[in-house]
Design a protein around this ligand. Structure first.
Ligand code: VGL
Ligand code: ZN
Length: 198
């Protein structure tokens, strides 16, 4: 039984001075690097949006951090972030990217956001990560990264629903905490059977 470390979206735009800065986002990088050797596989995710993406407030003439209704449900509208090829989309320069077996990109479909590393926000369109993990015999996942209440949360809940054993190591995560989203995320992860560890 193999155990993978899934490192979610440790990218410049989610770190201080980034377009969608998460408080303390850069503080977790050294700790993530330090635990990479403890796992059978290291997988990084990268939020990867085309310019004009439908999750951007600017694409709707709306204010950032407001919510709109999409065909697949409510969608928070974000500042433009993680645009394909931009500096903001690059991994934090201290992250040990060389240690990764696999880098999975998500959010490249212009019409659908993808918080989860497994499915786009329609909860149906797969990214392919499930097949990768299963064909490598990985049954257990530890998640770290950014942001606890969005991409880590969605990825953890989907992984648990797919039958993986899932732990979120919260000391190596940081949250956006928009409108109570952190508490809701932790409650939702626990309900889905995710282990919340420090
Ligand atoms: C994320 C909002 C928009 C995340 C990505 O990585 O948590 N949040 N895109
Ligand atoms: Zn995004």
């Amino acid at each position: 039984m193999s155990h993978a470390l899934l490192v979610i979206d440790v990218q410049n735009d989610f770190c201080p001075e980034g377009a969608l800065a998460v408080a303390g986002g850069d503080e977790i990088v050294a700790g993530i690097n330090a635990i990479m050797p403890d796992f059978d596989a290291v997988i990084l995710t990268q939020d990867w949006h085309p310019a004009g993406h439908s999750s951007f407030a600017t694409s709707h003439g709306a204010d950032p951090m407001t919510v709109t209704q999409m065909s697949y449900g409510p969608q928070v509208l974000w500042p433009d972030h993680c645009i394909i090829g931009s500096n903001g989309a690059k991994f934090h320069s201290d992250l040990n990217v060389d240690a990764a077996d696999m880098i999975i990109r998500k959010g490249y479909n212009p019409a659908i956001d993808s918080y989860s590393a497994f499915f786009e926000n329609d909860h149906q369109t797969p990214t392919g990560l499930e097949g990768y993990l299963r064909t490598r015999g990985i049954e257990t996942l530890t998640l770290v990264g950014l942001a606890t209440d969005f991409c880590v949360n969605y990825s953890a809940v989907d992984a648990a629903k797919l039958g993986f054993n899932v732990t979120v190591k919260t000391d190596l995560c940081r949250a956006i905490d928009f409108d109570g989203s952190l508490k809701a995320a932790v409650d939702g992860m626990k309900t889905a059977g995710v282990i919340i560890a420090a």
